[in-house]
Design a protein around this ligand. Structure first.
Ligand SMILES: [Zn+2]
Length: 252
């Protein structure tokens, strides 16, 4: 057993501490329901840092917006602001090449072990979408993107799941990755990371479906049911994004 095997990661304040009981309570902010922390092996982390340092810049892929151009919202300014913010986020990788050591996360959430812990005393389940296994690299990059959104005024990392009641009256929860704040709207945004060659129309479509689900669930501050998606592929150095409303649903 390594010294990293018994740690939790607080979703609310990012604190990492030692697990003492199954409530997984944060000793810094008292949040109950932290995640079991998964430590990223230092060699692996360094490998991805070096790879990012030696890679060319990220390129914006126009294809997705073109593919769905007949289903995009009418608010051109919103589309522009969203795209501008996402482009800014990805430009940060190149501007922080010497600082990636502090940006690529050391710990990520271990959903599987967390669920195991919570079966023994925790009341909530983790939303199914969050449990889908991403590649380790995907999770590292998501941590880095989270870092870059921290100082943005119009982007906010969603740290805790949002409860809702489904059509059968069952308590459920969902958890978008970010809120995009625009003109008083609070729009849910999903971030999807793909492996080489996997950022293809069919996989993007399933991401869009998930984004629409969250758009329809995020009733608070989102009367027009907007939703956004950011897709990226670290190896192919491509990223893209679209913001959408119900209009797109006839195309997916
Ligand atoms: Zn905390």
């Amino acid at each position: 057993m390594s010294k990293f095997d018994n740690l939790y990661l607080c979703p609310k304040c990012d604190y990492v501490g030692s697990i003492t009981d199954d409530k997984l309570e944060c000793e810094k902010c008292s949040h109950q329901g932290c995640y079991v922390a998964r430590h990223i092996n230092e060699g692996t982390r360094k490998f991805w840092i070096r790879k990012e340092q030696n890679s060319s810049g990220w390129r914006f892929e126009k294809k997705i917006a073109t593919m769905y151009k007949d289903g995009l919202p009418h608010d051109k300014n919103m589309i522009k602001q969203f795209q501008k913010t996402v482009k800014h986020i990805f430009s940060q990788f190149g501007q922080h090449k010497d600082d990636l050591e502090n940006i690529f996360p050391e710990f990520i959430r271990d959903y599987k072990r967390t669920t195991g812990r919570r079966e023994r005393g925790w009341r909530k389940n983790i939303s199914a979408a969050k449990q889908v296994r991403n590649s380790l690299r995907g999770m590292i990059y998501e941590g880095a993107v989270n870092h870059f959104t921290n100082n943005l005024e119009n982007f906010e990392q969603v740290r805790l799941p949002i409860p809702y009641v489904d059509k059968n009256g069952k308590d459920r929860e969902f958890e978008p990755d970010y809120w995009f704040h625009f003109n008083g709207y609070k729009i849910p945004v999903e971030l999807k990371t793909y492996d080489k060659g996997r950022m293809a129309p069919a996989t993007i479509k399933s991401g869009i479906k998930q984004s629409r689900k969250y758009g329809n669930l995020s009733v608070d501050g989102n009367p027009k049911k907007f939703s956004g998606i950011i897709v990226c592929n670290p190896e192919d150095r491509l990223f893209s994004c679209i913001i959408m409303d119900e209009n797109i649903e006839r195309l997916i």
